[in-house]
Design a protein around this ligand. Structure first.
Ligand code: NAI
Length: 326
């Protein structure tokens, strides 16, 4: 049995937290040989609810759960953290402009980035789930100059999984038969789910679906899925978001299989995405590091849509720069 890994989860008393913590504690995040010690961060008003969740976690008697600590202080919560799941964020409320939203989240992710810089273990890996996830990850990263930049990532795996499922349903194929799908850009309505390199049961996806379906149904359905779930469920997607967070970190630590996946990671300039912004790419995890899949041909249909989403990310970066948040 390995040594316990410290997993810090922010927003632990929220909806995603409730769907996520039990799966981490059961071993689904890091695998069946790795015990975990949970470190939960909440705002003071959320601590009591987090304590309730901790009681339930204890009551599951998970063999891999070696401890739970609850904090309302980021420095303490990230002390010794090997994995940081940054879920808690300030949601957009009625009448809130983009600048207000970015500023409110800068007030969360800047200090958390610094707390990671000052306290986390040297192998810390960070996944930002709280929205606007890509730019929150950038803010945290810029406050952690001593941590290698590529350790800060944002979640587009839910979009990836949603796209897989839509393509599977459309073509009547199990998701396990679909490979090499990509989400590009921002985790927002501008994201671009790209099937031009995907295969379905070994055949190019483009033999089974046409551009009219991609443009008219597939892309908008994937991009607006979050809103459709709120409409149907009366609450936002939590279990599927938690599932995607598990997938992201699991693959990051354990490696991807033959297919690639999607994750928002700092750009190295590949595919014309400006260096430094945290954008979704086709990625593989090799030896515990995300690598951007290189050499893919990008057609005009894709180029336009990648550029639009990347332009939004550049706009967010410029806005947080102007606000002095990075
Ligand atoms: P929620 O509102 O149920 O829970 C958020 C929790 O975060 C609350 O318990 C709150 O007290 C806590 N929190 C707020 N500020 C905090 C801080 N500074 N430190 C620690 N905890 C703090 O929200 P839910 O449904 O769990 O969603 C969390 C975030 O995930 C939202 O920003 C949501 O937009 C985002 N999200 C991202 C997805 C993605 O694909 N990247 C998918 C779905 C949701």
């Amino acid at each position: 049995m390995n040594q316990p890994v410290n997993v810090t989860v922010t927003g632990a008393a929220g909806q995603i937290g409730y769907a996520l913590l039990f799966r981490i504690a059961s071993g689904q995040l890091l695998g069946p040989d790795t015990p975990v010690r949970l470190r939960l961060l909440e705002i003071p008003q959320g601590v009591k609810a987090a304590e309730g969740t901790a009681m339930e976690l204890h009551d599951c008697a998970f063999p891999l759960l070696s401890g739970i600590d609850i904090f309302d202080d980021a420095n303490a919560a990230f002390d010794g953290a090997n994995v940081g799941l940054l879920v808690g964020a300030r949601p957009r409320t009625a009448g809130m402009e983009r600048g207000d939203l970015l500023e409110a989240n800068g007030g969360i992710f800047g200090p958390q980035g610094k707390a990671i810089n000052d306290n986390a273990a040297s192998d810390i890996r960070v996944l930002v789930v709280g929205n606007p996830a890509n730019t929150n990850a950038l803010i945290a990263q810029r406050h952690a100059p001593d941590v290698p930049a590529e350790r800060f990532t944002a979640m587009t795996r839910l979009d990836h999984n949603r796209a897989l499922s839509q393509l599977a349903q459309k073509t009547g194929t199990p998701v396990s038969q679909i490979e090499n799908l990509t989400i590009w850009g921002n985790h927002s309505a501008t994201q671009y789910p790209d099937v031009f390199h995907a295969t379905i049961g070994g055949r190019p996806a483009t033999e089974l679906v046409d551009e009219a379906w991609l443009d008219g149904e597939f892309i908008p359905t994937v991009a607006k899925r979050g809103a459709a779930i709120i409409d149907a469920r009366g609450a936002s997607s939590a279990a599927s978001a938690a599932n995607a967070a598990i997938d992201h970190v699991h693959d990051w630590v354990n490696g991807t299989g033959s297919s690639w996946t999607s994750a928002a990671i700092p750009s190295d300039g590949s595919y014309g995405v400006p260096e430094g912004i945290i954008s979704s790419f086709p990625v593989r995890s090799v030896d515990g590091r995300w690598e951007i899949v290189q050499g893919l041909e990008v057609n005009d249909f894709s180029r336009q849509r990648i550029d639009a989403s990347v332009a939004e990310l550049v706009g967010e970066r410029d806005a947080v720069q102007e606000l002095g948040l990075i």
